[in-house]
Write a protein that binds this ligand. Structure first.
Ligand code: MN
Ligand code: MN
Length: 454
């Protein structure tokens, strides 16, 4: 009797069948490849398009005809992807919508980045998203991005991923001279204007200039000048690849789990449930880490345009479609970390290996600035997940008033779409190398699959 009355959170290892754990470890291999292929939103989008085209998805443009059975994608500026599969039921029944973001915290170059000082060449930077600056110094970095030239070329830059490539680096102070720095609060030990990227030290032959030598090398490789950097989007990201962590290989360490650890499941689950009667849509968003602003972020009204197009092309009504749609805002949560118990409330914090996390609300200081999923919607989701015995947990980000955070959920629910955050618990979120559990990403995949299917 008590076992029926009492809810007890258990791990996937305790609750799921052994075969699920085996499947989870196999699934993780594909995920690691996805991580290494896409360290920026542009690269993650290209890799995602490559995957979906194998399933017969073709590019859609606003205004194109749409019919039942179509598999389409809309590529928004190379940074934001809408993937949708049109089901057999009337579009007015709504869309099963999922959204994850493919941008991740990193260090962007300024538009006039290059200078030399003290016998070294550097790039000036402005960090992107919520980073802890001290974590990005004295660690191997790679350079990714694009340079757009005035004559219309867009040059892809990717240096530091191949074993034979050079790497980049941000200097830190040696402990011998770091006494005063060591007394500063952690958040001030490294300042934004100290995140200068080391890019060389050898001058050119003619003018004895390190800066000119770097420009010559860039010109040789890409045909660019210093002015071309003004119209570039270049960033440094950790050079490390995704690897198994631990003797038992149960965890994955990587850059950018937040939020590709949700992007990969929502995309692969859609590809694995193409025959549903529902119309399903998976959105890979940009700019979540800086507030979802701009035309590639989820505050852009493009999502409404696409739903409007679907509704009108399929004989539905956009307001009705939205009212009947359901959304999973797939984003990570902070896993309980026994190294820092003081910031977690153990009963309501996501635990590693306990499966997909539902976060009813986010925000801060009395639930400000958040979507709040309804009890009814969560009740419905419980019934759906139970059909496939998905292991899941409810979670909240840390202790009350300890901090807070947000996701894209509120930018979806404002369109009258029931939305809840669902995702994977992460250790060391926003660090250059984050950690997740293989069974958690797999249960998230299974949860999303059930959501698309039932
Ligand atoms: Mn996130
Ligand atoms: Mn984040």
């Amino acid at each position: 009797m008590s076992s029926e009355l009492i809810y007890e959170k258990k791990t996937v290892y305790e609750k799921a069948e052994k075969v699920i754990v085996k499947e989870a470890f196999d699934y993780a291999e594909g995920y690691k490849k996805y991580l290494d292929a896409g360290k920026t939103e542009r690269e993650a989008l290209s890799e995602s398009v490559r995957m979906i085209e194998k399933y017969g998805f073709r590019e859609y443009r606003l205004g194109d005809a749409i019919k039942a059975g179509d598999r389409l994608y809309y590529n928004n500026r190379g940074k934001n992807l809408f993937v949708f599969s049109v089901g057999s039921e009337p579009i007015n029944e709504g869309i099963r919508l999922t959204v994850a973001h493919i941008d991740a915290p990193r260090i962007d170059l300024k538009q006039c980045p290059l200078y030399e000082d003290g016998g070294m060449g550097f790039f000036k930077t402005h960090y992107y998203g919520g980073i802890r600056k001290y974590q990005w110094v004295a660690t191997p970095l790679a350079l990714h991005g694009v340079i757009a030239t005035a004559d219309g070329r867009v040059i892809n830059v990717n240096i530091g991923e191949d074993e034979s490539d050079p790497l980049f680096y941000i200097n830190d102070l040696l402990p011998h001279l770091g006494y005063d720095q060591g007394k500063l609060p952690l958040s001030e030990g490294i300042k934004g204007e100290q995140l200068n990227v080391l890019v060389g030290s050898r001058p050119d032959d003619e003018e004895n200039s390190i800066k000119l030598n770097v420009l010559k090398l860039l010109n040789e490789k890409y045909g660019t000048t210093e002015e071309d950097l003004l119209s570039a989007e270049l960033c440094v990201v950790p050079a490390a690849k995704a690897r198994d962590i631990g003797f038992d290989r149960s965890l994955i360490g990587a850059y950018g789990h937040d939020d590709r650890v949700c992007a990969y499941p929502i995309l692969t689950a859609l590809l694995d449930t193409l025959d549903t009667t529902h119309t399903t849509m998976c959105v890979l968003a940009d700019k979540e880490e800086t507030g979802s602003d701009g035309p590639s972020g989820m505050q852009c009204e493009l999502i409404l345009d696409i739903i409007n197009e679907l509704a009108s092309a399929l004989g539905g009504n956009s307001a009705v479609v939205r009212a009947n749609s359901k959304c999973l805002s797939a984003d990570v949560s902070a896993a309980y970390d026994p190294n820092f118990p003081e910031v977690f409330e153990k009963r309501n914090t996501p635990m590693l290996s306990c499966g997909a996390v539902f976060t009813k609300f986010t925000g801060s200081r009395g639930k400000s600035g958040t979507n709040d999923a309804s009890a009814e919607y969560i009740g419905w989701l419980r019934s759906v997940l139970a059909k496939d015995s998905v292991v899941w947990q409810a979670g909240e980000l840390g202790k009350v008033d300890c901090g807070g955070g947000g996701t894209v959920a509120k930018y979806i629910s404002k369109h009258n779409i029931d939305t809840i955050d669902l995702g994977v618990p992460v250790i060391s979120m926003h660090a250059p190398y984050e950690v997740i559990s293989k069974v958690d990403i797999y249960e998230t995949y299974r949860a999303v699959k059930a959501f698309y299917k039932y």
